[in-house]
Design a protein around this ligand. Structure first.
Ligand code: ZN
Length: 181
């Protein structure tokens, strides 16, 4: 998928506003101790018809990525899985699973924030993109990327701080037991 000449029909300013909504969803994930990723689904008139955040831990399933949940919400509201002419705004580059799902849902385009160097769909060289009958999904990367990266950094910093604290406690316990306390 070539992303060079892709733009959304809403324009850069409106893209940023939708991304702010997705970032607000990501903040909800952060507050719930989930990896902070948020997504919104917008119809062709610009109305938001789905929004959600990553809930993998809470729902105990890898399926609960932000864009999957936002798309499900949109489909439920519409009573149709076909989301032609809809756009998805997501704070992090989608993984392969979500990219497949969005293509199968026939979305028109995807605007994403930060690159995902570990799980981004662009790393998956095995996706035979060309087999898709409808391979016209447009992708606009890098919108609000800095804010998304900052939130992710804050989250993993907090996680590391907690696990360091746990490790230090573990060391203390070990020392005590070694000392026969
Ligand atoms: Zn995903």
């Amino acid at each position: 998928m070539d992303t060079k000449n892709n733009i959304s029909p809403f324009g850069p300013e409106q893209d940023m506003l939708y991304m702010e909504l997705a970032l607000a969803q990501a903040q909800k994930a952060f507050d719930a101790n989930e990896v902070p990723v948020g997504a919104v689904v917008v119809d062709e008139s610009g109305e938001v018809i789905g929004q959600s955040y990553n809930q993998v831990e809470c729902l105990s399933t890898q399926r609960a990525h932000a864009e999957m949940l936002a798309l499900e919400q949109a489909s439920t509201q519409l009573g149709d899985w076909r989301l032609d002419d809809y756009w998805v705004y997501v704070t992090l580059e989608p993984c392969s699973m979500c990219m497949h799902y969005m293509k199968l849902s026939r979305v028109k385009g995807i605007v994403f924030g930060a690159d995902s160097p570990l799980f981004g769909y662009r790393l998956d060289k095995n996706i035979p993109i060309s087999v898709y009958k409808r391979d016209t999904v447009r992708v606009v990367p890098g919108v609000g990327a800095e804010k998304s990266v900052n939130l992710l950094k804050q989250f993993f910093h907090k996680k590391r701080a907690c696990s360091d604290k746990r490790n230090r406690k573990g060391e203390t316990t070990l020392t005590r037991s070694q000392a026969g306390a």
